[in-house]
Ligand binder design. Structure first.
Ligand code: SAJ
Length: 426
């Protein structure tokens, strides 16, 4: 039976949904909604992104997304545009970066609001999906109402616009699965916005729907990522303690994790990605006096790339024209996402410190180096075996499958730094 949301418009057509921002969350959301039968218009400022999608292709790698996008575009259920259209439901999935001083930058949310405002007729539902500090949904509503004083958030009038916050919690690499199966938190700002949002997500999501207010929904999303950041910081701090004592941290954690109530995460070269390395700062910015542990955890994780570089430099400086194979550039295994990547930071730092070195980057998930590395004369992108063969020092930065299942003989007579504990567990 077709869900009634697909028929809610007064003309008897399927409800139109505009997804603003076709990035790592907006595009899969638009695709999954369209594959559930909704009439979806994706909006992005980047003409190239729009063209690629309209051609049925994808602008970034995410398992299983390409086939879904190709299908919904060819069926006409998803089309992309740079012009914000009128829609009955808007999903705002724009970036929320932080500024130099680590405070949240809500300018993309403001711009989305300013573009939507003139199109509204009343009764539309606007869902903020972007991860944002408590109060951001109110900020979006205020931005729109400031531009359209004839509209209101008072429920049940023909001029009411409805607002909800529905944070996404999908894991990059598993987005197409988790989008359909994860539980979803839905925060209502006014009226029945939450119920309407739930009806929409129920088109494709089989998870449980957890209803709350917008501010609690905003803070829950940040809490989840801060929780993970604090736990990774514990592992990273342990790795630095163990190093100072000459103890193998991987063995240490394996032993401690045999305790029935201990479950320590894995240390690494730092915390990357655009979520865990960013979101806890939104809590710190909102309640600075109360978030001492969360702030310290961020600092511990942010200090880890430099710790790794400082371990490697003295060895590298002892070798004339040293050759370093740097395995991995993504922020985590088996994806091509280089955002806030610690591996990338480490390679840049090494390249700064070792001008006469040859740094051979191996990243099987990208075809070219990011611009800041491509322009360096001492960094090249290379095939795995060739790089390792030529290297004096091998540093494992990302546990991509290609590196985990490496022939151990390749590493004999190399100086090896394993930041992920893939080869160094024993
Ligand atoms: N990492 C470690 N050690 C670990 C686990 C992770 O060093 O034991 C590192 C990873 O290598 C990576 C970083 O942490 O650099 C983050 O990776 P992740 O896999 O923990 O998380 P993300 O950033 O890919 O996705 C997170 C998820 N949040 C939680 O698990 C609480 C995901 O569910 C969210 O939807 C996503 O953030 C988001 O968009 O906010």
């Amino acid at each position: 039976m077709e869900h009634n949301l697909l028929n809610v418009s007064t003309e008897g057509h399927r409800a139109s949904v505009a997804v603003i921002g076709l990035g790592y969350i907006g595009l899969p959301t638009a695709a999954v909604l369209a594959s559930a039968g909704a009439n979806v218009i994706g909006v992005d400022i980047n003409q190239e992104t729009v063209d690629v999608i309209n051609a049925g292709r994808v602008p970034f790698v995410e398992p299983d997304m390409a086939t879904t996008v190709a299908g919904v575009v060819s069926q006409g259920n998803l089309r992309a545009t740079t012009e914000t259209p009128h829609a009955e439901i808007y999903i705002v999935a724009v970036p929320t970066p932080f500024t130099e001083d680590k405070s949240p930058d809500l300018s993309y949310i403001a711009t989305a609001g300013i573009q939507i405002a003139p199109l509204l007729k009343g009764t539309e539902l606007i869902i903020l999906e972007s991860t944002a500090p408590p109060g951001a949904t109110e900020f979006l509503a205020e931005t729109i109402l400031a531009a359209r004083p004839d509209l209101t958030t008072e429920p049940d009038t023909s001029h009411t616009v409805y607002f909800a916050h529905c944070p996404e919690r999908v894991l990059p690499g598993r987005i197409m699965i988790e989008m359909r199966t994860n539980d979803r938190i839905i925060g209502t700002l006014n009226g029945n916005a939450g119920e309407r949002a739930r009806d929409l997500y129920q088109l494709f999501c089989t998870g449980e729907f957890l209803m709350t207010d917008a501010r609690t929904a905003e803070l829950s999303k940040l809490t989840e990522n801060a929780y993970r950041d604090v736990n990774i910081a514990f592992a990273n701090e342990l790795s630095m303690i163990a190093d100072s004592l000459g103890i193998n941290v991987w063995e240490l954690i394996t032993l401690a994790n045999h305790h029935p109530r201990v479950n320590i995460l894995q240390p690494g070269p730092g915390v990357g990605g655009h979520c865990i390395a960013v979101d806890p700062w939104f809590i710190v910015a909102t309640a600075p006096k109360q978030s001492l542990l969360i702030k310290t955890a961020r600092e511990v994780n942010d200090s880890k790339p430099e710790f790794i570089v400082n371990k490697l430099l003295p060895q590298a400086r002892r070798i004339d024209k040293v050759k370093i194979a740097a395995l991995g550039l993504a922020f985590k295994p088996n994806i091509d996402d280089l955002r806030e990547s610690s591996a990338r930071q480490i390679v840049n730092h090494l390249a700064d410190e070792l001008p006469s070195a040859s740094i051979m980057v191996v990243e099987p998930n990208v075809e070219e180096l990011p611009a800041e590395l491509a322009k360096r004369t001492n960094v090249v992108l290379m095939d795995r075996d060739m790089a390792i063969d030529a290297a004096d020092i091998v540093i494992l930065l990302v546990d991509h499958n290609e590196f985990v299942h490496l022939e151990p003989a390749l590493l004999t007579q190399k100086i090896v730094h394993d930041t992920r504990g893939v080869w160094a567990r024993d």
